[in-house]
Every structure is written in C-alpha cells, then in structure tokens.
Ligand binder design. Structure first.
Ligand SMILES: [Zn+2]
Length: 222
C-alpha cells in the first residue's frame, strides 16, 4: 500500500505525463477477474480520489492544467449548473478508465477495445474545437480558446495528452507499478529501463521490507 493521500490535490504526480497521472487518481487497482469473456481488462478501483466534480477541479489545479483563479471560477460555475458538472464528472471517469484499459492492452500486446477508443475519440473531438494554432515570440504553439465558461476544459488537456502518448510516446516504456494492488502507470525513462515502482518511498520500500521478511523466515526455517 502507498502512503495514501487525503485528497486528489495531494496525489503524487509520478506518471511522467498528464494522462498517466490522471489514470493514477486512485489509491490502487485490483484484478476483478483475470479477463472477462470479451477479452476486456477488468480492474477494480481501490480508493477512488475523484468522488465529485470539485475533486476533478482540485486535481486539475494540482497538476497544473488550470490555475487557482480558474479553478475557483470552475467551482462557482459548477454550483450554478450542477447537472452539467455531474455529466462532465461522469465523462472524466469514463475517459480515465478507457485510457487505463487502452494502456493496459498496449502493455500486454493486445488490441484495445473499440468502445474505449471511441470514448477517447469523442473527448478529442470536443477538445479540437477549442484548439487554435498561435504564434509565439519563437515558433508556434497550440492554445485552448473559449475555455472560460467550459466546465469540461480539463478533459481537453487530458484527452490531448492521452492521444499524444498513444501516437508519439515510446509505448515500450509504459509500465505498471510492480506492487500488488497498486496498478499505477508510468513511463519508464530510466536508461536501462529498470524502474519497477511508482514511487520508491511507497511501493518500492514496502517490497524491500517484504523481501527482507521472507529471507528472515526462510533463514529461520533453514
Ligand atoms: Zn506503486
């Protein structure tokens, strides 16, 4: 188990990419069944850190995709339009789980489910209508427009990050933490591709303690 943070705004951001950190907004994931009949990946979420729209906003501020000022505006707007906020929240969870399953399928050499790709594509379609090519002092960049009033603005960045990972990322470096019931994903950018844990102080140390205890037990038996 990890040192479990109290809220979404305290989560460790260890994935190496926005979309992976978003997938990791849970305490852990546990296998529900090895594989369902359709071949999809079923993992139970343990300790979901996103319980409502305000958690999504808090995490977005924490991860830097909205500013403190913007997050305040989003919370106010969500109170004026609770039904829309609820809908955005449901879409966020659907997007998170679809991204998780696509990454897992990729890591295990299987085709992702069509329905999961459709979820990501739907969000990308929405995001693209807000994307503008802008000239900077040096070169060009993508900028989000008409974001002020949009409750779903954080989903644009997350969907964009997911698409970027899947199209231009080195997918052979995608990893799942080696600890039982952790399930956090990250990009292993270590030179010898040897990163095993989401975070050494959490899952890494725990694994070391377990190995040490098992060595002691074996020595006592021997
Ligand atoms: Zn871990």
């Amino acid at each position: 188990m990890k040192a479990i943070p109290a809220s979404a705004a305290d989560m460790r951001l260890i994935g190496g990419r926005l979309c992976l950190d978003f997938i990791n907004t849970v305490d852990g994931r546990k296998s529900a069944s090895p594989r369902s009949e359709s071949g999809s990946i079923n993992r139970l979420v343990l300790g979901d850190k996103l319980g409502e729209y305000s958690d999504l906003v808090e995490w977005s501020r924490h991860s830097g995709i909205v500013t403190a000022l913007e997050s305040g505006r989003l919370i106010k707007a969500s109170k004026r339009n609770a039904a829309e906020a609820r809908n955005v929240f449901d879409r966020a969870i659907a997007l998170r789980e679809a991204l998780y399953r696509i990454c897992k399928a990729t890591m295990t050499g299987r085709r992702p489910q069509k329905v999961d790709l459709e979820i990501v594509n739907d969000e990308l379609l929405g995001a693209r209508t807000h994307e503008r090519l802008t000239h900077m002092a040096v070169g060009f960049t993508w900028e989000w427009v008409d974001s002020e009033a949009a409750l779903d603005r954080m989903l644009w960045s997350i969907a964009h990050s997911g698409a970027e990972l899947l199209t231009t990322g080195d997918l052979s470096r995608l990893r799942e933490c080696g600890a039982e019931e952790c399930g956090w994903l990250f990009e292993d950018i270590s030179r010898n591709r040897s990163r095993q844990w989401c975070h050494m102080q959490d899952c890494g140390n725990l694994a070391k303690v377990r190995r040490f205890r098992s060595r002691l037990a074996n020595a006592a038996k021997g």
